[in-house]
Structures are given as structure tokens and as C-alpha cells.
Design a binder for this molecule. Structure first.
Ligand SMILES: [Zn+2]
Length: 255
């Protein structure tokens, strides 16, 4: 079947300074590092799909992040009106990926069964897991489920022609990555299955995690799904802004 190839946009909306010991498992060098925050848009002229929502300014500020702009402003720069978007994939439920649901009143949100099961289950109150969750976001997702606005996926599924989601776990119980048909081949929006290029390139887990073997399996799945390593987009790496095509300030594209 012929599918119009997609262009993938990475839109930066926030920033913070951290260090290597906080992000790379087994690293004790405390090397200063930057971390950028993105949402992604997939567009082929016919369909527009948003991947992740970003946090709202108040949450980012409370957590010490530098909020650069509302993700909707960045998306507007590439011609996307959030209010008319119909498809939003939520890679996982961490606060920096689900905050701006209110910008998308007409969207269906694609989530993994395992992610909802975990964060409505017995371990939510454990500090290792609750730290990365904004409870108001989680409650909203439960409410959206009640209203029929969530589409659940268990594992792997093509959600539109040319766009697949794949559960990998590792970082969270139901972490999912997205593979996308572009003119250059199949690309992967890894989101936090690989925060940095360094994670999947060197097989180094991120410090926040659900299970380490799942994270290794995720790195392998990312590499298998992408037709070329250059077609992999990690979740938080400032290098994304250098390696992909410049579109506008804080916005780059692939395909
Ligand atoms: Zn994240």
C-alpha cells in the first residue's frame, strides 16, 4: 500500500542542566550535561499525529525546569493547530510527557494497557515511581478513559497507515516507541526509551527506570525498527537540534 511519507518534527519546549551521574546508569563522573524537553509531530499532509504533550509551565517551574514556551506555540510555528489535532500518542505517563492534554480537546490519546495498569496499581505510592508522576495528570487520564477518549494498545499496533506504536517497557512499565514511514525509510521516535543518543548507541540505561533488561531490549528494538541509525530520535538529547534539519528556533525535522 502506498502511504504518503511522514515528516517528523521535534519541538523543544524546555531545558535544564544536569550531570552524567544523574542520567547514566553506572556513571560517577558528574560531568555537566544539558537536557532538553520535546514534543514531536508527525505530518504527511493528510494526517497529523502528535507524540507527547510536555508539561505546563507551573509544573516545570516547580520542578526547576526552564520553560521556554508552551508546546502549542512551537507546533503553531509549523502550522499545527492543537485544537484540531485528532491523534495524540502518549509514550508514557511521566509528568514531562502528559501535561498539556487540555490543548487537545478533539484528540484521541493512544496509551498502552500496561502503562495505565501500572500507574493505577499498587506501586504508584512508592517514591521511585510517584516522583515522576503529576497526580492531576494521572487523574485526568482516568477521567478521559471514563469519557471514551483513550485508545488502548497492548504491545504493537499500526494506528494509521505508516505509523506504528511498539511497547518496549524498560523506562516505565508500558513505555512505547513510535516507528514512522518517512521518505528516507522507517524512523523511530524513541522518546524516553532512549533519552540520549548515548543510551542506545552504547547500551547505557537511564537512571530512572522500571526494569533494566526491558531497557536493554528497548535499545535493541529501536535499532531493529529504524532503517538507519540516523533515523532514530532520542527523547531528551540537545544534540537532536544539531543532527536533524533546522526548521526554526528550537524546531528540527527528519524525513
Ligand atoms: Zn521524559
Amino acid at each position: 500500500m502506498d502511504v504518503a511519507p511522514y515528516t517528523i518534527y521535534a519541538v523543544q519546549y524546555a531545558h535544564r542542566q544536569t550531570n552524567s551521574t544523574e542520567v547514566f546508569y553506572g556513571d560517577y563522573h558528574n560531568t555537566p550535561m544539558a537536557m532538553d524537553y520535546f514534543v514531536w509531530a508527525l505530518s504527511n499532509g493528510e494526517h497529523t499525529v502528535i507524540v507527547d504533550l510536555g508539561f505546563v509551565e507551573a509544573v516545570g517551574t516547580r520542578r526547576g525546569r526552564q520553560f521556554l514556551r508552551c508546546p502549542s506555540q512551537g507546533l503553531a510555528e509549523i502550522g499545527i493547530d492543537c485544537a484540531s489535532v485528532e491523534h495524540v500518542i502518549i509514550s508514557h505517563f511521566h509528568y514531562d510527557h502528559v501535561g498539556n492534554y487540555a490543548l487537545f480537546p478533539n484528540a484521541t490519546f493512544y496509551v498502552q494497557d500496561a502503562e495505565m495498569r501500572f500507574y493505577t496499581g499498587r506501586y504508584l505510592s512508592q517514591p521511585a515511581f510517584r516522583h515522576s508522576i503529576e497526580i492531576d495528570d494521572l487523574v485526568t487520564l482516568v477521567r478521559y478513559n471514563y469519557e471514551g477518549r483513550l485508545t488502548f494498545i497492548d504491545g504493537e499496533q499500526e494506528i494509521l497507515p505508516g505509523i506504528w506504536v511498539h511497547k518496549v517497557g524498560g523506562h516505565t512499565a508500558g513505555m512505547q516507541i513510535i516507528s514512522v514511514q518517512t521518505k528516507d525509510g522507517r524512523a523511530v521516535v524513541a522518546s524516553d526509551a532512549s533519552h540520549y543518543y548515548h543510551n542506545f548507541e552504547k547500551n547505557v540505561p537511564f537512571m530512572t527506570l522500571h526494569d533494566i533488561p526491558g531497557m536493554y531490549d528497548g535499545f535493541r528494538r529501536i535499532r531493529v525498527l529504524a532503517d538507519k541509525p540516523e533515523l532514530i530520535i532520542p527523547g531528551h538529547d540537545p544534540m537532536v537540534l544539531q543532527r536533524l534539519h533546522h526548521v526554526a528556533e528550537g524546531i528540527v525535522s527528519l524525513g
